[in-house]
Design a protein around this ligand. Structure first.
Ligand code: NZQ
Ligand code: ZN
Length: 384
């Protein structure tokens, strides 16, 4: 096992009705920005619950944070933060709203253009505090310090991360996810699945507890994901998916083990260029990446096949191929297509995505830093 430090500062408020607890976590003098997305919370009752929970507090609203939140929109929110001297951000939505809140929180305390934090490595020294009310289990953003923001003008989707912007609390009420359209349910399950894979499917470092945490989450997602599509109002299923997605990227399972975030990095370019959903890009890239890197990932692919998909075959090459197929089949079963051509993308997309990787300086991805632009090209061609 590799050395590590671990601290997760987010208090999880899990279960139906937990929104009521947030007033105790805010201070009476707080000037709150209530940040949300395109309006789904006005249809499913979450907006009303938040307004009720904020009774007696001073707050202003900013709506319209879009999926794959943009620098352009968040810059408008930043103006509101400055005009109203906001002291706390309450992000209500999916990963996009929460990521947007993190960017705003950091940019509010940064003297220059906040985009510097994403592209020029400007250090985040302090930020506004954040609370989250999660409506879409997927990204883990509610209890991690990561944020992904897109600049429309340059078609760049970039990430930054620091514990300074991690939410202080996160409300996880499974009933808030009943209204999710099937596409977003599926996206969430695939995203969480891939987060686990990217902290698991590298090479063994004798960390059996982390492996079993990961295998537990993967097995739960495989079991509960299809049920969430079939029984949208099943509280227990929603609760299990929600907790799995949080645990997939709150830092715990990735401690002491190598990571491979190449699927995410290549996928971000596809979203930046063609506006594919985040999870769609992952479903395209991961099976192809597993195939291309099967020699380096051999032992963990075999372990995944045996322990998570319950596959067995005396011929290990056949077992590896069957495991990759099982991953692809799971994504397809969830309704997320796994080929570039399924999204009307052809060879030109391969070239453009790899050009963007180069432009963003992403020249050595993967646990061995060996996914060069040339290897990324091979991976994307396998996904055509
Ligand atoms: O905007 P509204 O109207 O709220 O609608 C949203 C949006 O259209 C809708 N939605 C959310 N909750 C709903 C709902 N509709 C009905 N009922 C509900 N309860 O779902 C749509 C997608 O929302 P979005 O927040 O974009 O999805 P997701 O949570 O998948 O977030 C994706 C973003 O997170 C980033 C991605 O790159 C992408 O930009 N990620 C953030 C990470 C992190 N911070 O750690 C890691 C991830 O790997 C990921 O990169
Ligand atoms: Zn993701």
């Amino acid at each position: 096992m590799l050395n590590f430090e671990f601290k997760n500062n987010t208090e999880i408020l899990f279960g139906q009705g937990q929104i009521k607890q947030i007033s105790e976590r805010l201070t009476p003098n707080d000037k709150i920005l209530f940040l949300y997305g395109g309006g789904s919370i006005k249809k499913n009752g979450v907006y009303d619950d938040v307004v009720n929970a904020l009774e007696g507090f001073d707050f202003v609203e900013f709506a319209g944070v879009e999926p794959n939140p943009t620098y352009e929109t968040l810059s408008e929110a930043l103006k509101v933060v400055k005009a109203h001297q906001i002291s706390f951000i309450l992000a209500v939505g999916g990963g996009s709203v929460i990521d947007g809140a993190k960017y705003i929180a950091a940019a509010a305390h940064y003297e220059g253009d906040g985009w510097d934090i994403l592209v020029n490595g400007a250090e985040v020294k302090s930020a506004l505090p954040i609370g989250a009310v999660l409506t879409l289990p997927a990204t883990g953003s509610e209890s991690n310090g990561g944020s992904v923001v897109t600049k429309k003008a340059t078609q760049q989707k970039r990430a930054f991360g620091t514990p300074i912007v991690q939410p202080q609390f996160a409300v996880l009420d499974p009933t808030y996810t009943y209204s999710l359209p099937p596409r977003q349910v599926a996206n969430g399950v695939v995203d969480a699945f891939v987060h686990v894979i990217e902290q698991y499917l590298t090479y063994p470092v004798n960390a059996p507890l982390q492996d079993r945490f990961s295998e537990g989450i993967l097995s739960t997602l495989i079991e509960q994901g299809p049920l969430a599509l079939a029984e949208p109002q099943n509280y227990d299923v929603r609760a299990n998916v929600m907790w799995s997605a949080t645990m997939a990227l709150n830092g715990l399972i990735g401690k002491g083990v190598p990571h491979d975030w190449a699927t995410h990095m290549i996928g971000h370019e596809l979203t930046a260029l063609y506006n594919l959903d985040h999870a769609q890009t992952l479903a395209i890239v991961l099976p192809a990446l597993m195939f291309e890197k099967k020699a380096q990932k051999r032992e963990k692919i075999l372990q995944l096949g045996r322990r998570v998909f319950n596959l067995e075959n005396a011929d290990e090459e056949a077992l590896i191929d069957a495991t990759i197929k099982a991953v692809r089949d799971f994504f397809e079963q969830m309704g997320v297509k796994t080929r570039l051509s399924d999204y009307d993308l052809q060879e030109q997309a391969v070239t453009e995505a790899v050009d963007n990787l180069r432009r963003n300086g992403l020249l050595a991805l993967g646990e061995h830093d060996d996914i060069t632009p040339e290897v990324a090209t091979k991976i994307l061609r396998l996904a055509l």
